[in-house]
Design a protein. Sequence first.
Lengths: 442, 442
Amino acid sequence: MMLTPYLAATDKFRRGSDTPRDYLERALDKLDEVEPRLKAFTALAIPRARIAADMSTRRWKSGTPLSPIDGMPIGIKDVIETFDMPTSMGSPTYEGWCSGRDAASVFALREAGAVILGKTKTTEYAGTYPTDTRNPHDYNRTAGGSSAGSAAAVGAGILPAALGTQVMGSIIRPSSFCGAYGYKPTVGAINRGGSHDYQSHSCIGVIGASLEDIWATAYAIVERAGGDPGSVGLIGTQTLGAAVKPARLMFFETPGWATADPLAREGLMRLLDRLREVGVQVLSRHDEPRMEAFETALSDVRELGSNIISFESRWPANSAKYRDSLGLSPLMHDSAARAAKLGLDGYRACLEARAQLRQQFEALVREVDAFITLSAPGAAPHGIQWTGDPIFNVSASVLGAPAITLPLLKVGSMPLGVQLIGAQHTDQQLFRTAQWIRSATH
Amino acid sequence: MMLTPYLAATDKFRRGSDTPRDYLERALDKLDEVEPRLKAFTALAIPRARIAADMSTRRWKSGTPLSPIDGMPIGIKDVIETFDMPTSMGSPTYEGWCSGRDAASVFALREAGAVILGKTKTTEYAGTYPTDTRNPHDYNRTAGGSSAGSAAAVGAGILPAALGTQVMGSIIRPSSFCGAYGYKPTVGAINRGGSHDYQSHSCIGVIGASLEDIWATAYAIVERAGGDPGSVGLIGTQTLGAAVKPARLMFFETPGWATADPLAREGLMRLLDRLREVGVQVLSRHDEPRMEAFETALSDVRELGSNIISFESRWPANSAKYRDSLGLSPLMHDSAARAAKLGLDGYRACLEARAQLRQQFEALVREVDAFITLSAPGAAPHGIQWTGDPIFNVSASVLGAPAITLPLLKVGSMPLGVQLIGAQHTDQQLFRTAQWIRSATH
């Protein structure tokens, strides 16, 4: 399976030996080939995309691209509004719903010259009730969720990048399953205006064919649309800069390690050994009592995350009942029941617990270059009725910390990601650490 | 002009000498009488409201009201979504737009048994370009803005309460102009889901016929829908409790005092004298060097507030251009130009400045029971082309502090409000202070 990075191709646009329109046509050819079985998209805007690619072709020819991602075909997770396509939320309650506007991120991408090709499939309201997207590495497996279509489209080599959202494990996990790079930013770093992921630690992020494509995409958005209102937004520079060798990494078990696939665990252990061989110090909970205490404190993080998002999801799920009382899945009913049990006081206690975990984490992570762990407990599960376990992803989500997955491992023939997690607002350093690890272990 | 409080009427519902349906019919009679000239509403849901009032009538008769505001007719500012009426944002770009869902606040109100009567007129996108709503005390004057229709409907005695939003002065100022009580909560205290006021210090609040009606309405929402995701929400108890005499108040000039109407200034000074007579200590910038420094630091607060909201309003205003490129007012273009000049770095500096002001304020306000000032520089301006000056309101907005306006003053025959401002999350104490001041000076 070949990923199709975009930034690496733009040199040819400058030289005139390739064009954004040709790049798009290759993407459309790939789409025709795989989409009937992959089912990554819920809507496509092909004529408009061709026009946008032609406009970009002119700009590259005249040496005036609007940004490094000018002309880049991109997919938009179907909880994020686009003015020219429906936003269907992966739910019959919103089937065909048109807001008539672009989300802040989409508007910024268009300003940067990107080509909005289509809406990518999501689980119901970006939760856990699955969609029918298949894994590009094995059509009998899930692509993961909730950003299923975005991960599948990038993993299949259709697109160089696609927007996703993550509140539990919805970017890092499907990226891992589909062999793509994935990035969930510091909470608040990318403007969520017009994205229907309302929860307090949810983020818009990018799934992509390379670290450079992802960074350029995220930066192009934030440069134009900022972060969430009241947030400073993604901190950094347009050019990612050179890879930086980490001095120290912290191996992070998360509550997932004990029950992860032994092959996945072995894969990560070998990778950590390789890093040690080239002079990187790799610590763990056994070296540092505060890390041991932190891992222990995180044992209920999935429960904590589920409680917070169930409470914050009562609306709009409650209101959706008016438009289609039969259209909400059993899992949404479960979530509503959880929220009712929790109540406002229980929710407030969860916010306090989250704040304490964040404090613990920030103190620890600033003593190393990054935390390192698996991106999922193993390869993508068989079938499409379960999107897999987010247990390796919930921690970074709840902590509001930036996380990156690198497609560096295999379980049999299936891809598996290595996950790096950094301190809040150190996203760019995390990318540069990730670049180095990719080169050193590839 | 008679305000029509609801909570005071519910005793009769219990005794059976009045019903919510009769209450609604009286509201509809008043509506028929004044709305043709008042122009407070942009949409009405009368048949649905009658059904809701009939259901409420049953509940009161059987002694099972859903909340203290069960059956209360309420208006919803037209930037807040309702599943059964369009949300038109006071802009031709959204004329007739139906989201098909209730905002979190509206859903909660329905759960509490409230009767959603209609959508109330707003200035363009809750900004400064006016709507055509008239002042119920003088049809040749503005009702203020941006929550124009909500303030006019309450001030005219049609409704006991209506939802508004405030990011500069959009609740307190129109309430003052229309002779209503008004409340802007601590930032984040009332869930904004489905309300199109995206700015980081914007709030949903309540305009009402009494302090008790407002508190009951706000509490009923937050009990069911919480605050903004990640916020603890409005802190307090369902019953407001007894009035509390303040020991110390801080007279707060704001940057508005120097240019306020002399009659307005005299009115407030007389009220402060009366408070002193009954044993309340009233301090000012002249008694406290840190207050002097704070007032000085606030001299540019309007500029600061405008910068922050212009940057945070680029989206969705930018995207609205796609749906209707001729539909944005000159003032929206001005705001976009301001944002472009500011840029992301300038915006970040504004956030930092805001955080510093908040720190200064919280230290000062916790030494007194409340800050006290005018709610506007004078009575409502003549004409409907200008909604008046928010200079007395921007401070509380930027500070994220709760503010209440009490219709205690007059300028000629026109009403003018007295504004109380408290520390973040002390909303209930501020209400109890306000109750006492109302009784002591009425």
